[in-house]
Write a protein that binds this ligand. Structure first.
Ligand SMILES: Nc1ncnc2c1ncn2[C@@H]1O[C@H](COP(=O)(O)OP(=O)(O)OP(=O)(O)O)[C@@H](O)[C@H]1O
Length: 822
């Protein structure tokens, strides 16, 4: 869901293709190739797209074309792959089907002196290419064959008959004629050296000992994709050194190449191969490999510490992970829950129940024990295995991987959902750790960290800390992981004197927001905490946010009460809004009725009119930044929050040029770099109005890419597709469509202002417009629509939109996408 993050654009990188002076409908840029490059704005997890990635080696099954080691220039000839007429050995067949490592040998003969090099590469040699080269050099081949006079010949001079492998390529520079006895001897020496290194093929011609291309898996680990390995049979002659090498060299090499998976791999090793590699099996487990000769080129093999083969579908291994090897009582739980080892779990666990929650994990051992906190949310709790893996890295048991987890009431944690029940304290055990009843009792010294003295108290605490139906981390780059300090849930001492921390309310790209209570007057507040490390180089944005919030005092905007910079973090005491944000509200209700929508838009319009009059642009108006409030009559409204990207308009007729915002809501003039002002917030308001009425935004990309989304935005073309926009039971008026068209207008000068938004007929009449106006709006909208725009069938609608859904559509979830189709 790349459209959903907040981002900034590297302006330098987007300079090309831009022509200044273009703006709005008349000045739209044409095509995706002129779109600026996007970089993520901020991320607490550091997962910004501009972090350099480690270059992965070519995948073993790469289909990159074979680089031209074989030349067709005169005087060079090479024996390469079998020709089309050559007998098709199983080895050859594998070679063409499973392109992996190849050994190429070049024999150059400059000035009649032979020397050779061997190259191991992952390049693909196709039989077709080999045949071509072979035929090209057939004449020369015959000539050069004489220079190998000492070699045994099977009686045929045809290269097709003599060559059996495609892994040997020979080159000579210049014709081989008129050799002196000395040169011939030299050649013979060379050949004999070659013979030492080469086997003599059935034809009598030598070929280099071919490296067998193998792939090794770990016993019982269905998540380990395997490691490719070129087995040089002339070098590794027995199993023991091979197994040692596999353990010491290959895994380490793998670790070096994929630094990111270093930890995971180490863990995998210690879990899946606790005693190193002692046995190697074929993939189906029917045969144990006892000699290197038994390895077949292109084959896959399973490394094991024990002689018990675990039947897993290794060929379909997914991402690296580690498996639990649970014992005794815990294993029985697993069995009953059908979570036993070797059962391939679905790739995507259901995570509907995942809500932001801080869990505390007690590291089993001598009391007082170390207690780690970990934030679980949609991002950090994707699957049971993944959470256990993360906890292993955080808790750092002496025994290595966490293999058992229990609540303080003794309930085992067996599924992801178990983390989201009422308990939030868990005791972690390693494989050899023995459980004792005393483990579940929290020592007095541990109370502070655990936050409770008994499990019943913990239950009360956890109930209070659970977020009601909020799902924080639908955005892919949302933060959330380890709560770094055990005292994180305590404010720094100065603030701790003033405030009592109550619960986590939400997290954004840069901030974590808690509910706090003022210890003196008992007022409840929201405390937004922005760790400085999350905003390095962007401190000016925080300063700007603070400076702007201090100027603002409006009913429809979340109020800032106070702020501090302590312990390298910014703390903002804000008005507490308890009902969550509009994004989550929409997620729950799927679409907002017009009567609610009109009130929400009125609140937003008021907020925008207020800040625009002050010359302030919010620049990040979106569903997540509209917090839901209820008035005394129970009517819903919103308050505008998060001024993290807000800025003041330049003096005079100046415009803003920094490209920032959230892709789904960004206005075309921001992308076009023609300069922009307050009307970008109005565009976003139009996107929001559209989205809350039907549950999906007006602009999406067909392939989920930001480029595609931006093209759609710049084109300004959107529609009101069936069935959502003409659903009888959710009848949406034409007046609101008219308003949306006035808000989502590519030309900012023709786009409504905040004042015009508030004066719109639909807004003024709270959605209850005069039939005449509705009729007029109907004609207006229809006159602007392209023919067939509303003819989208449900099938097209769902397929086109579900594939390109951003966070909002995603949030509508399966229910939404299928319930309507029955
Ligand atoms: N005053 C508040 N009262 C209640 N909840 C709040 C308040 N401020 C923020 N939140 C919640 O916390 C979440 C994150 O806050 P906020 O959007 O300010 O963080 P951020 O990191 O600046 O966001 P972004 O991801 O947009 O950069 C919000 O989506 C909202 O649900």
């Amino acid at each position: 869901m790349p459209q959903t993050s907040t981002w900034e654009i590297d302006e330098r990188s987007s300079a090309s293709g831009h022509r200044s002076g273009e703006s709005g409908t008349n000045g739209m840029m044409n095509g995706a190739n002129t779109l600026p490059r996007v970089t993520k704005r901020l991320s607490t997890s550091g997962k910004t797209s501009n972090i350099p990635r480690f270059k992965r080696p070519h995948p073993p099954h790469s289909t990159r074309p074979h680089s031209a080691i074989i030349s067709s220039s005169p005087g060079i000839y090479r024996k390469n792959s079998p020709s089309s007429s050559a007998p098709s050995t199983s080895s050859n067949r594998r070679l063409s089907q499973l392109p992996t490592h190849h050994v190429h040998s070049h024999i150059h003969q400059p000035n009649h002196t032979l020397h050779h090099t061997s190259v191991i590469s992952e390049e693909l040699t196709t039989p077709r290419a080999s045949t071509f080269n072979l035929n090209q050099n057939q004449n020369v081949f015959a000539t050069t064959t004489t220079s190998f006079g000492s070699m045994p010949n099977s009686g045929t001079n045809t290269p097709e008959a003599s060559m059996t492998s495609s892994v040997c390529a020979m080159e000579t520079d210049g014709a081989v004629t008129g050799n002196s006895a000395e040169e011939l001897a030299e050649s013979r020496d060379m050949v004999s050296e070659m013979q030492k290194r080469c086997r003599i093929g059935p034809s009598g011609y030598p070929h280099l000992v071919k490296a067998k291309r193998l792939r090794f898996y770990r016993n019982g680990d269905q998540y380990f994709k395997g490691i490719p390995y070129a087995l040089q049979c002339d070098r590794v002659k027995s199993m023991q050194p091979l197994m040692e090498e596999l353990m010491k060299v290959i895994f380490k090499k793998y670790i070096c190449q994929f630094i990111i998976t270093l930890f995971q791999t180490v863990i995998c090793d210690s879990t899946a191969l606790p005693h190193g590699i002692r046995h190697i099996f074929t993939m189906d487990g029917t045969q144990r490999i006892t000699s290197v000769d038994q390895f077949e080129d292109g084959g896959g093999y399973v490394c094991s510490s024990t002689d018990v083969f675990k039947p897993v579908d290794y060929s379909r291994a997914a991402e690296p992970s580690w498996r639990l090897t649970l014992a005794n009582r815990y294993n029985r739980h697993l069995e009953t829950k059908k979570l036993a080892l070797n059962v391939v779990e679905p790739a995507n666990e259901n995570t509907d129940f995942v809500i932001p929650k801080i869990i505390k994990v007690i590291r089993n051992g001598v009391k007082p024990r170390r207690i780690s906190r970990h934030l679980l949310n949609k991002k950090t709790a994707r699957s049971f295995d993944q959470v256990l893996r993360d906890l292993t890295l955080i808790v750092k048991l002496d025994a290595g991987a966490i293999r058992k987890l229990f609540t303080l009431s003794g309930r085992p944690v067996l599924t992801l959902q178990d983390f989201f029940r009422e308990d939030d304290v868990f005791v972690a055990y390693g494989g050899n750790d023995k459980m004792a009843a005393d483990d579940l009792l929290v020592a007095s010294e541990e109370h502070k960290c655990v936050g409770a003295s008994t499990s019943s108290k913990i239950r009360r605490t956890s109930r209070r800390s659970a977020m009601p139906n909020r799902n924080e981390s639908l955005r892919h780059d949302r933060s959330g992981s380890v709560i770094p300090d055990q005292d994180q849930q305590r404010l720094p001492p100065d603030l701790d004197e003033k405030f009592q921390l109550v619960r986590l309310i939400g997290d954004g790209n840069t901030a974590v927001v808690y509910e706090v209570v003022d210890k003196i007057n008992h007022d409840r507040r929201a405390m937004k905490v922005i760790a400085r490390e999350n905003v390095i180089g962007k401190e000016h944005l925080i300063e700007m946010e603070l400076s702007i919030l201090q100027k603002i005092d409006n009913t429809f905007i979340v109020q800032l009460y106070d702020h501090w910079f302590v312990d390298d973090s910014y703390f903002l005491s804000l008005e507490l809004i308890e009902m969550g944000d509009l994004f989550e509200h929409l997620r729950r209700v799927r679409r907002v009725p017009e009567r609610d929508a009109v009130r929400m838009m009125t609140c937003l319009g008021q907020a925008l009119e207020y800040i625009h009059d002050l010359g302030i642009v919010h620049r990040d108006v979106k569903l997540e930044n509209l917090l839901i409030v209820k008035d005394e009559y129970g009517e819903l409204g919103v308050k505008l929050a998060d001024f993290g990207l807000a800025c003041e308009m330049p003096e005079g007729n100046g415009v803003l040029t920094t490209i920032c915002g959230t892709p789904t809501y960004v206005a075309p003039e921001v992308l076009n770099k023609t300069g922009y002002g307050c009307r970008v917030d109005i565009w976003a308001a139009g996107v929001i109005l559209y989205a809350i009425l039907v549950g999906f935004p007006p602009f999406q990309s067909s392939d989920g890419s930001e480029q595609d989304l931006f093209s759609a935005i710049i084109s300004g073309e959107f529609s009101f597709p069936s069935p959502s926009w003409d659903d009888v039971s959710n009848s949406v008026s034409w007046s609101v469509r008219h308003l949306i068209m006035c808000l989502i207008h590519t030309d900012p000068f023709h786009r409504y202002s905040a004042n015009e938004l508030l004066s719109d007929e639909w807004m003024v009449n709270l959605g209850d417009v005069d039939p005449e106006y509705e009729e007029w709006a109907h004609l207006f909208v229809q006159s602007k629509m392209h023919v067939g725009e509303e003819q989208e069938t449900p099938y097209e609608y769902y397929t086109s939109r579900r594939t390109s859904m951003d966070e909002l559509s995603e949030s509508a979830g399966v229910e939404f996408s299928f319930s309507r189709e029955g």
